[in-house]
Design a protein around this ligand. Sequence first.
Ligand SMILES: Cc1cc2nc3c(=O)[nH]c(=O)nc-3n(C[C@H](O)[C@H](O)[C@H](O)COP(=O)(O)OP(=O)(O)OC[C@H]3O[C@@H](n4cnc5c(N)ncnc54)[C@H](O)[C@@H]3O)c2cc1C
Length: 406
Amino acid sequence: MQQHSSFDVIIVGAGPVGLTLALALTQSARGIRVAIVDRRPVSVPRDNRASAIAAGVRRSFEALGVWSQMLPESQAITAMRITDSGKNDISRPLFLTFDGEVAPGEAFAHMVPNQTSARALLEGLGAAATVIAPAEVASYDVDSAQARLNLVDGRVLTAPLLVAADGARSALRTMAGIDVFASDYEQTGLVATISHAVPHEGVAYEHFRPAGPFASLPLPGNRSSLVWTETGEAAKRLLGLDRAALALEIEAGMGSTLGAVTVEDDLAGFPLRLQIAKAFVAPRLALVGDAAHVVHPISGQGLNLGLKDVAALAEVVVSAIRLGLDHGGVEALERYQAWRRLDVAGMAAMTDTLNRLFSNDTAPVRALRDFGLSLVDRTGPVKSALIRTAAGLSASGPRLLNGMPI
Ligand SMILES: Cc1cc2nc3c(=O)[nH]c(=O)nc-3n(C[C@H](O)[C@H](O)[C@H](O)COP(=O)(O)OP(=O)(O)OC[C@H]3O[C@@H](n4cnc5c(N)ncnc54)[C@H](O)[C@@H]3O)c2cc1C
């Protein structure tokens, strides 16, 4: 038997991006009816990773009333030090340092454990959205007024707007026939949490090495989250090491910046690729988060890009509804796409170029990039522009990213 339910917006995917969108829409004073569908039960994930949350996104969490729950378990990044070294170098020469804040007392990013953000988002959402999970999507179709989402168990959900927040392998994106630009980095992203002898003092380190960047990002206490890239074979070897042997490799990788380290959890590996959807919208469908774009983790921007999509889409939807317009119609969707494409293309190009430039041990390339880095280091305005871009701040950006309610 078929059961029908109608909503204003149906979000498929209850990852960080889908949950934040549900929160932003249900909090707007418009009584928007939101359904969120996931193939897994919607709860705090078993995920030991932490993500760098840029200042703009932190402001949106503040505007949505969930930042105060995240703050006690988060660590402000007060400075960033970038080093560049060759294969056999022992020292880690400093080429670029970013100190300071985007505004007085406001760090340009915070490290937030993924479980902390998920818990705060779920608590903030409460019962405001209808959660349909676990549920598998079978297909969807659209007409001039509605999208119909057909679930495998026979349920049918309808809404003027369907949102694909179902991650990098988005089923909705495939069903919509949206192709992707994809390029495999042939690198593996390795992630671990460590404790260490020397306090980090809020400093994030990015060591550029021939195999790829090695980042250590500060967590509360004497702990840091590591994200680094290796080629496939080297990653396989590291994934097979016990924690004591791995600790020695990490100390070597960081040039002993943080002293002796203890590895707290098993190393996890993720294949890395660049993947950008050729369109972010289709009739009555918007893509957000990893469903729309996957970038290299070199500058910790992946989730931030997705949360910037949320700020833009939520504002487009709420203002269309406020004006009595069709929030899933062509005009609203085109506005969303135009708002996001340039930022995403720019960030994808930047992370791609950085990765190619820094995963390289050829002498002329190293000389050129070190010259570039030290030039940036000595040029104040360039540095502050870079910080503001990485922090996701722009006066013409969506209201949430400037800390204002929609
Ligand atoms: C090594 C590494 C380090 C990273 N570090 C950072 C960082 O420091 N800062 C940062 O900003 N980003 C970082 N990222 C990127 C970040 O993890 C992702 O961008 C983010 O998780 C994407 O969130 P999402 O909600 O779009 O997708 P996901 O987190 O993938 O969530 C998708 C959801 O959709 C559900 N789903 C999937 N398919 C279906 C379906 N067919 N039907 C129903 N539900 C479905 C899934 O169950 C899941 O709940 C990193 C990535 C990697 C690989």
